[in-house]
Structures are given as structure tokens and as C-alpha cells.
Design a protein around this ligand. Structure first.
Ligand code: ADP
Ligand code: MG
Length: 685
């Protein structure tokens, strides 16, 4: 009997070549195959008589081939194959363009089944590029359509999926019985049958619901198990006597109400003896850094070391340059670590860290490398690391004996979703801006006003300010009417710097495929004011701070998501000068203009994120990858958030009863959790 772990070659028709192609789809065993899901379906249940066809209809037609006519267009080499077919009710043109080789596929007088979309060509009904087979070989029913790769056809996959169907009976239920019955979920075998070969829509929907529920339930169970584990772990309690008030009083500004509240939440966690795992969400400019500084001072004064990790070299350096001198005044020693340091310097820093001489380490991902050892790590802070996964958080945590963890992010995820995405963290929100900020004045304009916009940019530069111009693409592309960063940079360099670069203003270019060193150098120059105008792709999105920059221009604004535009706009309005944002939009789609209005009228990242969800459904920033969660096969965190909520409640009940998933009946669930997270959870389950 076939087993789930058997290689695909046990299936009839799968030889070494096909197996190799399947491996490209990550299908190696027959178990993998049955978990490979259709992307869509074709409903081949209805056969429509030709006389009843209507344009736009997707259907099967069974008809006899009357004539095959090959037409060449007079201009060029375009070629059309016209197959005239008929059934008892009428005649139809079946058309194939540039596919003369198909001529031999048809035999006059024979009956074929054609499946495709009906169209109208010069008052005649037609079907262009239908799928077809001789009528006697016709597949009927609702057929799955799988994502393919070279060397594998739809027919292959369907046939193999059918051959693998007996395996369904071997699947073990991973959901606890009670959850299955209370949520009226179908069993795993029926679910797979309903997904691969649904008999009708109802059965397909039941199957899909079950699979989405299962996937989200396993995801949530894993996240909550991590949370339970870290909550149970002995944490480091910081010294309640260690006072930080003098540091707070020494800041150049009074804390906002929200900063005070969040600082208190953090202090309470830090002084308690269970581990802190807290996410601080605060819009760009809300003042997360000050809160982080206070927490680090608390750690050091309690006799521990702290580490602050940033996603890019330049951000890390900015933090270091800000925090270092501030801390030095209080006798706190700060060190810096990145992947781009001289070996000697690095060795020295690592040594000083190990000996405990460095109190606070600031750096990039380099700080989680294995060779980095702390004398007494008590607090880990990550800044703007929404791509920083559960497993990486755990890796950092393992560098100390369960240090406290603070994750700071400006990615405005609606609260309902954040609780789930960051399910292993407690949540604090800085929902108030420091006083005196005037919102960035934002205008959404058409291309006809681009000239005015750039004249305005020039005035700002003449006044000593700096500007950003961001485009969606790096290089020229013929596919779209999009201004690329390279093209725009060239154009603006000519305009502002003059042909030989002796003009008044310096224009720089920054994009994602440049070498890291070069990116750092350009950013550094912009930061120091040696570049006046920076043309860039979205690489500047995260946390960069150049207070002298006052204008943000987004070219092809219609191609950016709302949340993304908000992040980009947050790069200006960071200093004492009034700041501006121009969204230059091409075309006038309704969604684009709605987005423009939202940007013009709101500066609230959370509101904008909610609107973003409504306008485009699941967007980039809500993908699981970006949050460091394992990839999901069928569920979508946004579209299925109601199911997610339900699955979370059920997962919470299970974990509360059995945090290690050790009870009888949870064996399969435990296996599935470990498989989804690829053991990265270090759960010791
Ligand atoms: P973000 O939350 O985006 O990381 P920052 O911590 O970089 O924000 O703060 C943005 C700017 O606001 C900094 O220049 C900082 O000095 C200033 N700032 C922070 N808190 C306050 C406050 N309570 N009052 C006035 N200015 C503040
Ligand atoms: Mg910041």
C-alpha cells in the first residue's frame, strides 16, 4: 500500500524526469503531492449548445470540425488558425493565433470538446484558444488547476492527484475532537477531496474552510506555545531601586502622555520576575527611541547589559551616534557592531562586550551572530524590525538567560491584526505625537503640475533644505509608463546640477541593488548635507532620520500602497522646518484618487493602515513573510481574519490546558506545529 512518505515515483507515470520537475514545486513525496493545492478551478460540468452561447460565458462546447482554415495576416507574420465547428444547433469559430502547428491536431468530421471563454468577433461568436480534446476523452466535473512548472502538464497533475486519492484515508486528524465538532469542520479526507476534486460548490467551501481553519489554528498554536514557554521561563527581574528619573529629566523634552504610559508598562514588566516580551507600536516620529533609551538605562543600572538592533547600517549608526554621547554623560559605555567593521575593531568590541566593559551594544544583524557573547545580557531591543521573525527573536533571547525583549515598530498594523501577528508579544501603543509637530502638507497632483512641484523643490533647496524623490522602479522598463529612479535621477541631475555637475545642487541616486557599501556612502552623504536631492526607490522607507529634509516627492504615486506612502512621508517633517509631500499620480483610477484624498487629509498611521486594508485587501505588509511567520498555503491573515480570530480562541484554550502539547490526542497537532515552524521555535516540544 502506498504511504504518505513514499517518493512520487511510486505513482504510475512519474519517472525520474517528472520527479525532478515535481521537486521544483517542492513535491517529493506523495504526501507533498496531496498537499499541493489548486490555484483555481474550471467548471466543466455544463456543455452548452452553440445556439445558446453568449459572449463572456466560460463553458464546454462539443462540436464537429467542419473545416480548418489557415489565414496569414498581410502585415507581419501573424497567423491565425480558424477552425469552423458545428453542433446540431449552430456553428462557431474556434480561433488560434500564431499556432499553425495545431492544424494537424484536428480531423475534419471528428467531434471535439472545447473549453474556453466565448467572445464575439465581427458579429460572430467565437472561442479563442480554448482547451480541447477529442470528445470521447473529455474530462468533466469541476477540475482543479494547479500552478505548473516546465515538464509537467495540468493533465499530469490531475491524473497523479487522482492516483493519490487513496492516501487521504491515511491522514490523521490533527484538530482536537471538540474543536472539530463545535466548529462543524469536515474531516481531513473529505477536505482534501473537496479541495482537489470538489463535487459542487458547497463541498468545496466546506473543504476550504476546514483547511484555512486548520492552518491558522496550527499557526496560532505555535505562536501561543512560544508565548506560554517564555512566560513560564524564569525572567530577569530588574532592580526596583534602580532609578531612571534623572535620565528622563535630563532629556531635552518632557515625555508625552503616551511615552509616559508605555514607559510605565515597560518598567512594570522589567521589574517583575517573568520575562518581558513586548511590542511597542508607534507611528513614525512618535518618539520610540526615548522610551527605548529609558529601558536601557534601567537595565544597566540594574547591573545588566542591553543590546539595540536596527535593520540597516545607517539606522544603527544613527542610533549609536545619538545614544552614545547621551549615555556617556551618565557613565554608560556604548559599543557599535556591524558586518562592515575592520576585523581588529570587531574583535576588540567583542572582547569588551564579553568582559562586561560595554554596557550597551548598538548594531545591525551582526549582533545575533554566534560569536557575539555577552557578559550579562538583560535586555534586547529591536527597532523597525517587522521582518524580524519569531525564531530570530528567540535566537537573540538565547544569548542571555532569557533576557527581556522589546520590539519597536512603526509599521502601523491595525490593532486587531497585530495581536495575532505578534501573538507571542504583549502590545504597547504610543498613540500620541510630540507637541508642536505640524503635519506634513500633502498634495496629490497630476503630471501636468510636475513642473510646479520641481520648482517648489528648487526653492526649498535654495533655502538650504533637502529633498527626496521616490520612484517605484530602479531602471527603465518598457512595460509601463513608470518613471524609474535612474531616469528621474538623470533628468534631475541635468536640471539641478547642470550637464557637467557644476550646477548649484547635488543629486544622488540610491536603490536596492546597489552594494551595501555604496548605499551606506550615499546615505551618509545625504545625512551630512553633501547631497541636496536624493532620488531613490523605496529602500529609504525604514526609519532614516534627516531633519533637514523637508520635501518628499513620490513619482507614480498610484503604484504605492497607502501604508507605504505614509512610511515614506514620515521621512520628512522631522525637524523644525515646515515640510511637504507631493504625490504625483498618473492616470485617474478611482482607487488612486481615493488614496490621494486619504493621504491629503490624514496623518494618522493607524487610520491609514485600516483604510489601506479596505482599499486593496491583503497587501504586502500583511504577508506572513514580512512578519517573520512561516508561509501559509491557503489562509490569508487579512481576508480570513474572522476565521483567524476563531482559530486563535481555540488555540488559546488548547495551550492553556496543555502548553507543551503533551497530552494524549495532541500528538498529531504537535507534529504539525513543529512542521509548520520548521523547528525554528526551539520549543523543545
Ligand atoms: P520614532 O518613533 O519614529 O523612532 P524618534 O524616537 O526618532 O521617533 O523621535 C522623533 C523625533 O522626536 C526625535 O527628534 C526626538 O528627539 C523627538 N521627540 C521624541 N519624543 C519627544 C517629546 N516627548 N517631545 C518632543 N520631541 C520628542
Ligand atoms: Mg525610530
Amino acid at each position: 500500500m502506498m504511504q504518505l512518505q513514499d517518493p512520487v515515483t511510486v505513482l504510475k507515470g512519474v519517472g525520474p524526469k517528472k520527479a525532478e520537475a515535481l521537486a521544483k514545486l517542492n513535491i517529493e513525496t506523495v504526501g507533498d503531492l496531496i498537499r499541493y493545492l489548486p490555484r483555481e478551478y474550471q467548471d466543466r460540468r455544463t456543455v452548452t449548445p452553440i445556439a445558446q452561447l453568449a459572449p463572456g460565458q466560460v463553458t464546454t462546447v462539443i462540436a464537429k470540425v467542419e473545416r480548418v482554415i489557415q489565414n496569414f495576416y498581410r502585415t507581419g507574420r501573424r497567423q491565425m488558425l480558424r477552425v469552423l465547428v458545428s453542433d446540431a444547433s449552430g456553428t462557431l469559430d474556434v480561433l488560434f493565433f500564431n499556432a499553425g502547428f495545431l492544424k494537424k491536431a484536428f480531423r475534419t468530421g471528428e467531434e471535439y470538446a472545447f473549453f474556453g471563454t466565448v467572445s464575439q468577433v465581427r458579429n460572430r461568436l467565437a472561442m479563442a484558444h480554448p482547451q480541447f480534446t477529442p470528445a470521447k476523452d473529455r474530462e468533466s466535473g469541476i477540475l482543479p488547476v494547479y500552478p505548473l512548472t516546465q515538464g509537467i502538464t495540468q493533465k499530469d497533475l490531475r491524473a497523479w492527484q487522482r492516483l493519490a486519492m487513496p492516501l487521504y484515508e491515511q491522514l490523521t486528524e490533527c484538530l482536537p475532537e471538540k474543536i472539530v465538532s463545535e466548529n462543524r469542520l469536515t474531516d481531513p479526507a473529505s477536505a482534501l477531496r473537496g479541495i482537489h476534486f470538489p463535487e459542487d460548490r458547497q463541498r468545496y467551501l466546506e473543504a476550504k474552510y476546514r483547511m484555512i481553519f486548520e492552518e491558522l489554528f496550527i499557526l496560532q498554536t505555535g505562536i501561543l506555545a512560544v508565548k506560554a514557554k517564555s512566560a513560564a521561563g524564569e525572567g530577569i527581574a530588574f532592580d526596583p531601586e534602580a532609578d531612571v528619573q534623572d535620565y528622563i529629566d535630563g532629556l531635552s523634552f518632557p515625555l508625552t502622555g503616551a511615552q509616559k504610559r508605555v514607559t510605565e508598562e515597560i518598567m512594570k514588566d522589567l521589574e517583575s520576575d517573568h520575562v518581558m516580551n513586548r511590542l511597542v507600536q508607534g507611528d513614525v516620529g512618535s518618539g520610540k527611541t526615548a522610551v527605548a533609551e529609558i529601558a536601557m538605562v534601567k537595565a544597566v543600572r540594574s547591573g545588566y547589559q542591553a543590546v539595540l538592533m536596527a535593520p540597516t547600517e545607517i539606522l544603527a549608526k544613527q542610533h549609536f551616534e545619538g545614544i552614545g554621547p547621551a549615555f556617556a554623560k551618565y557613565g554608560i559605555v556604548t559599543g557599535f557592531l556591524s558586518g562592515h567593521m575592520k576585523a581588529v575593531e570587531k574583535r576588540e568590541t567583542l572582547e569588551r562586550l564579553r568582559s562586561g566593559e560595554i554596557d550597551v551594544l548598538v548594531g545591525t544583524h551582526a549582533v545575533i551572530q554566534p560569536e557575539v557573547e555577552f557578559a550579562k545580557l538583560g535586555l534586547v531591543i529591536t527597532d523597525e524590525q517587522h521582518r524580524f521573525g519569531v525564531d530570530q527573536r528567540i535566537r537573540l533571547r538565547e544569548k542571555g538567560s532569557d533576557p527581556n525583549v522589546l520590539v519597536m515598530t512603526a509599521t502601523p498594523i491595525p490593532r486587531t491584526l497585530a495581536v495575532i501577528v505578534y501573538g507571542d508579544l504583549d502590545l504597547s501603543v504610543i498613540d500620541e505625537m510630540p507637541p508642536g509637530r505640524t503635519p506634513v502638507r500633502t498634495r496629490c497632483i497630476g503630471e501636468e503640475l510636475r513642473e510646479d512641484c520641481y520648482r517648489f523643490v528648487e526653492q526649498q533647496m535654495a533655502a538650504g533644505r533637502q529633498a527626496y524623490v521616490v520612484t517605484p522602479l530602479i531602471g527603465p522598463s518598457d512595460a509601463m509608463d513608470v518613471r524609474s529612479a535612474e531616469e528621474v535621477a538623470e533628468e534631475l541631475a541635468e536640471r539641478f546640477s547642470g550637464k557637467n555637475g557644476y550646477g548649484k545642487y547635488r543629486v544622488g541616486l540610491l536603490h536596492g541593488t546597489m552594494k551595501q557599501d555604496e548605499k551606506d556612502r550615499i546615505m551618509e552623504e545625504f545625512y551630512r548635507g553633501e547631497i541636496d536631492l536624493l532620488v531613490s526607490t523605496v529602500v529609504i522607507e525604514v526609519g532614516i532620520n534627516v531633519p533637514n529634509a523637508t520635501v518628499m516627492v513620490l513619482e507614480n504615486a498610484e503604484r504605492f500602497g497607502l501604508a507605504q506612502m505614509h512610511q515614506l512621508r514620515g521621512r520628512v517633517g522631522r525637524g523644525k522646518h515646515k515640510s511637504y509631500c507631493f504625490l504625483i499620480r498618473q492616470g485617474d483610477s478611482e482607487v488612486a484618487s481615493k488614496r490621494g484624498e486619504i493621504m491629503e487629509s490624514s496623518a494618522d498611521g493607524f487610520y491609514i493602515a485600516e483604510e489601506d486594508l479596505k482599499l486593496r485587501g491583503p497587501g504586502d505588509i500583511f504577508g506572513t513573510r514580512q512578519h517573520g511567520l512561516p508561509p501559509l498555503l491557503i489562509a490569508d491573515l487579512v481576508r480570513h481574519r474572522e476565521i483567524l480570530q476563531k482559530a486563535r480562541e481555540e488555540a488559546a484554550r488548547v495551550i492553556e490546558e496543555d502548553p507543551g502539547l503533551l497530552l494524549a490526542g495532541h500528538e498529531e497537532l504537535r507534529r504539525r506545529v513543529l512542521r509548520l515552524f520548521g523547528n525554528s521555535l526551539m520549543l523543545d516540544l
